[in-house]
Design a protein around this ligand. Structure first.
Ligand code: UDP
Length: 239
């Protein structure tokens, strides 16, 4: 049964790892098709959707193969990785009949539009999904911070972080049997307890301009739909 959407404009943050399936790196066709279908279900409710996708499935500036590299060079590579993921997701969404545009924070006009805030908003109003690629365009930031920034800039009502875990816990649930998942949290609590939701830059930017965040498991089918239609029984809401 179709439910009414609770939000008119949302931003969905996907980690790069969300696209790699169980092969441990890169992009798997099954996984990207699954993600595109999950987003298409929400698109069909006439919700305006923008997306920020990470790059951790290909390259991360602070870990792994970047060891020993200059941080800025490594981060530039990480941002390029997000462009690869964005193009793959755009292709998969178009195959689900969802008109999609990629806007890149680093100009590369042969393969993506440049990020132009008002143009992005116009796309959303015209019923196109917009994927914001290349993070913030600056080293030393993350795609979580890029997601909060773009959500503010385009006046998204909420940021959904669809991820590998089902919510935010008081301690690591893999290590501790008695870990408890929060249903709701304040930004301050996240900062004070150093809870692993997003990096501190992203959380403070969300707090400063009152952007609610909801963290939930991407791999549970229908979760994006549930989040957008305001079914409260999934994940952790931070506000
Ligand atoms: N990155 C960056 N500036 C940004 C966003 C991302 O330098 O504004 C780089 C950084 O090296 C990061 C990589 O891109 O490690 C991939 O992004 P992220 O780690 O946020 O991806 P995710 O963990 O969501 O897959």
């Amino acid at each position: 049964m179709n439910k009414e959407p609770e939000f008119e404009r949302v931003l969905i943050k996907l980690s790069g790892e969300a696209l790699m399936g169980n092969q441990g790196f890169g992009i798997t066709p099954e996984m990207i098709h699954y993600v595109a279908e999950e987003i298409a279900k929400v698109y069909r409710l006439n919700v305006q959707i923008s997306i920020v996708v990470g790059g951790g499935n290909i390259f991360r500036g602070v870990a792994g193969s970047s060891a020993g590299m200059d941080r800025t060079s490594a981060d530039n590579m990480g941002m390029l990785a997000t462009v690869i993921n964005s193009l793959a997701l755009c292709d998969a969404l178009e195959k689900c009949d969802v008109p999609t545009r990629v806007q890149s924070a680093i100009p590369m006009d042969r393969i993506a539009e440049p990020f132009i805030r008002l143009k992005a908003i116009r796309h959303l109003e015209k019923g196109r999904v917009v994927i914001f690629a290349a993070g913030t365009g600056n080293p030393y930031f993350t795609t979580d911070t890029a997601a909060v920034l773009r959500a503010h800039e385009t006046h998204a009502q909420i940021l959904f972080k669809a991820t590998q875990v089902d919510g935010v816990y008081d301690k690591d649930p893999v290590v501790h049997d008695d870990a408890v998942m929060f249903r709701e949290l304040s930004y301050m609590r996240v900062i004070e307890k150093q809870l692993h939701v997003m990096d501190m830059t992203a959380i403070s930017l969300a707090m400063e301009h009152d952007l609610p965040l909801q963290v939930f498991d991407l791999h549970q089918e229908g979760n994006i739909y549930k989040a957008v239609t305001g079914q409260e029984d999934i994940g952790t809401r931070i506000y």
